[in-house]
Design a protein around this ligand. Sequence first.
Ligand code: G16
Ligand code: MG
Length: 216
Amino acid sequence: NTKAFIFDLDGVIVDTAKYHYLAWQKIAAELNIEFTHEHNELLKGVSRVRSLDIILELGKVTASQEDKDRWLVQKNEDYLSYLVDMDASEILPGVFEILKFLKENNQPIALGSASKNARPILEKTGLLSYFEAVVDGNDVTNAKPDPEVFLMAAKLLNITPENSIVFEDSVAGVQAANIGRMTSIGIGEASTLHEAKYIFKDFSEIETSFIANLIK
Ligand code: G16
Ligand code: MG
């Protein structure tokens, strides 16, 4: 049996959230906006443009489109500077083993991410060749919890949504998978991701027998 396995990127394959946080913190500091780790949770799975709006709302700051565009460029340049030295050592625990198991069992794999920097990250970590399809922030118009990104990925793999499995670390992403009638697997805390069909702390907790059962 063949299923589509769709992976989110940030928080699932790599922990780029820490770099997004550093880059946003610089912008927030410049604007005298307090931006804590808890605030950063609000930005997970959210687009770059929406992320800036959330930060400005936190600080009750209004800004011109010109200023916003400048901060968005500045944030991304800073974020990219943290990715320069990225390599396979930044792949989160257990991820590589599951990707390998899926490949060995001829299961199609896709990426479904909100990030516009997804491809270079997959290249740097040496994972790009595992992905038959990459759908990212450059391809979609509707952000998670809209299922567009995952539906597009399933379609590219030629698999129905009902036969698709999504790995997600964000609440919006789990909701997107559910709305798309896909099987949602939450990666993270059960208290946050309780809407997911299955929940694991990280990939090292996922046994290959669990994946084998999904393929059956
Ligand atoms: C990721 C992150 C978000 C980030 C978004 C856009 O989404 O979780 O925090 O704002 O990408 O990233 P970029 O600025 O690189 O386009 P995902 O869907 O991979 O978790
Ligand atoms: Mg994520």
